[in-house]
Design a protein around this ligand. Structure first.
Ligand SMILES: NC(=O)c1ccc[n+]([C@@H]2O[C@H](COP(=O)([O-])OP(=O)(O)OC[C@H]3O[C@@H](n4cnc5c(N)ncnc54)[C@H](O)[C@@H]3O)[C@@H](O)[C@H]2O)c1
Length: 350
């Protein structure tokens, strides 16, 4: 009705933002006054994941300024311009700025997403990227904090848990302002596989998983529901096990198909974290967070359910795990710690 009146009278109702899409009454991205938020978001790395993330941040109007920065001459400027040229079609106001390594342009960012670094090639594990990507994440973090000392940092570069640790140690920020994106992607993969198997809408599938971003991730099927119904009532145990296994190797499946790692789902997942922060949504997401005794684990970055809002991680939610689930989390944390030790020994962050 609002939209109808707006079209008839020329009054701006705010619905125009989504006129090109089917109306979404439940959309959290609906902006009443057709205004972008007074926020600045920087995405470092204008490659596949970074550009996808910047595109979603702009299209969802999560900031009035979105800065895309890369080390490769002209790439960030070119992609920022290309995304900006979708604004008249997708109907958004967020301004895009591209930058070749000029961090002055990122000054006073509210949120910075770090996607710079090498992606995996077939046959590589995420941990194979550590030396190159740690040096990149360290130097990017140093530059970012010089210009945005109060920002929130969301790390995407791999190996995710250890690169998040690298940004944490380098920035010396409190842990609620440095965390990593992996769990939203991993649960999205799991939910997408389930939606295909059950032939239901992915919107109706809720799930949580824990652990490091890799083969040691810990899916928790007993917390998976489909429209409020426990998934275990809708699917045979062997089929669910197969989906869990496919989820654990979901990144590798795409690397084998594409010759490089995924970007649509990772970039969009990072943008969803930005949304929860800038809109202070208090969303409950699995996020790579610094553990200080939660789940009996200390001094390790690992995926756990958290509440995400304007202050970053506002609370880590502690679930009561079964002995088996706790054992899986313990071994996942051990695997992450081993790679953190490799980073410490390399003294990249010294
Ligand atoms: N956390 C996750 O779930 C997840 C998912 C997918 C990919 N990733 C990781 O994200 C990273 C990016 O993946 P991608 O597919 O976008 O790779 P990509 O190669 O397409 O893009 C990486 C970009 O980083 C830039 N870069 C390199 N060094 C830089 C520096 N010092 N400063 C600024 N920019 C720099 C490169 O020029 C390149 O444009 C990889 O490490 C990948 O493994 C993580």
């Amino acid at each position: 009705m609002d939209d109808f009146l707006g079209n008839l009278t020329g009054i701006t109702t705010g619905w125009e933002v989504h006129r090109t899409f089917a109306p979404r009454r439940e959309s959290p991205r609906f902006t009443r006054n057709n205004q972008a938020l007074k926020m600045k978001v920087t995405v470092v790395g204008a490659g596949n994941v970074g550009a996808t993330c910047a595109d979603a941040v702009a299209r969802w109007e999560l900031a009035n300024e979105v800065v895309l920065l890369d080390i490769k001459e002209g790439v960030a400027e070119g992609k920022a311009l290309d995304i900006w040229q979708t604004a008249p079609i997708s109907l958004f106001d967020s301004r895009l700025v591209g930058s070749t390594n000029d961090y002055a342009k990122t000054a006073n960012s509210d949120v910075v997403v770090i996607t710079s670094g090498l992606p995996r090639k077939p046959g590589m594990s995420r941990d194979d990227l550590i030396a190159t990507n740690a040096a990149i994440v360290k130097s990017v973090t140093e530059n970012i904090i010089k210009h945005s000392p109060n920002t929130i940092i969301v790390v995407v570069s791999n190996p995710l848990d250890v690169m998040t640790y690298c940004a944490f140690v380098t920035s010396k920020f409190p842990a609620n302002r440095v965390f990593g994106m992996a769990g939203i992607l991993d649960t999205a993969r799991y939910r997408a596989f389930l939606a295909t198997e059950l032939n239901v809408s992915p919107k109706d599938i809720q799930a949580v998983l824990m652990g490091g971003h890799g083969d040691t991730m810990v899916p928790l099927p007993r917390y998976t529901t489909v429209g409020g119904i426990p998934v275990t009532e809708l699917i045979a145990p062997e089929k669910l096990d197969a989906i869990v296994e496919r989820t654990k190797k979901g990144g590798g499946e795409i690397v084998n198909l594409l010759g490089t790692s995924a970007w649509y789902a990772p970039g969009t997942a990072a943008a969803q974290m930005v949304e929860a922060i800038v809109r202070d949504q208090k969303r409950v997401f699995p996020v790579c967070a610094w553990l200080q005794g939660e789940y009996g684990l200390k001094d390790v970055y690992m995926g756990v359910p958290v509440i995400l809002g304007r202050n970053g991680i506002e609370r880590i939610i502690e679930l009561k795990l079964t002995n088996d689930e706790q054992a899986l989390c313990d071994s996942s944390a051990k695997a992450v710690k081993e790679v953190m030790d490799v980073l410490d020994k390399m003294q990249v962050t010294a």
